[in-house]
Write a protein that binds this ligand. Structure first.
Ligand code: HEM
Length: 120
């Protein structure tokens, strides 16, 4: 169930990337929807499975790696929103950084997805 939800978020991100030049407003909506879904997923996993306690109590490097990547993904979302908003207002000085953090985000979200199958 959670893997399915995570897969659907990847489709939201893919659709958001595909539409970025054609319709930046929809690019924003899809990425914010992906962010909200990922945030809800993390909160759901924490409240139902006490994920943080498991990470802290186990000495499994992969779990630590997965948890660190997942937190970095959430940080990237917030950064992307901050870097994207000026562009929607017509100021493009954040474009290069938005692109660079966007590429980092895609790598990290892919690592999060792959490692999610390895830690369960
Ligand atoms: C993790 C989420 C996001 C990713 C991975 C992402 C990725 C990208 C990429 C790769 C570009 C193309 C940059 C270029 O052509 O140089 C882009 C453009 C853009 N993004 Fe994002 N973005 C995200 C979230 C957002 C958000 C939340 C906003 C708005 C608040 C936003 C607003 C924009 C705008 C306005 C453009 C320029 C579109 C254009 O006129 O060509 N992005 N984004």
């Amino acid at each position: 169930m959670l893997h399915l939800a995570s897969t659907l978020v990847l489709f939201l991100v893919a659709a958001g990337l595909w539409i970025r030049k054609k319709n930046p407003q929809w690019h924003q909506r899809l990425m914010v929807a992906a962010f909200s879904s990922d945030l809800l997923l993390v909160l759901y996993i924490e409240f139902t499975r006490h994920a943080v306690e498991k990470v802290v109590s186990r000495v499994r490097p992969l779990i630590w790696f997965h948890a660190a990547v997942s937190l970095a993904v959430l940080g990237c979302y917030v950064t992307m929103i901050a870097l994207g908003r000026p562009m929607l207002a017509g100021r493009y000085e954040t474009r290069a950084l938005h692109r660079a953090v966007g590429i980092t985000f895609v790598v990290l979200r892919s690592l999060n997805y792959v490692t999610s199958y390895m830690v369960t």
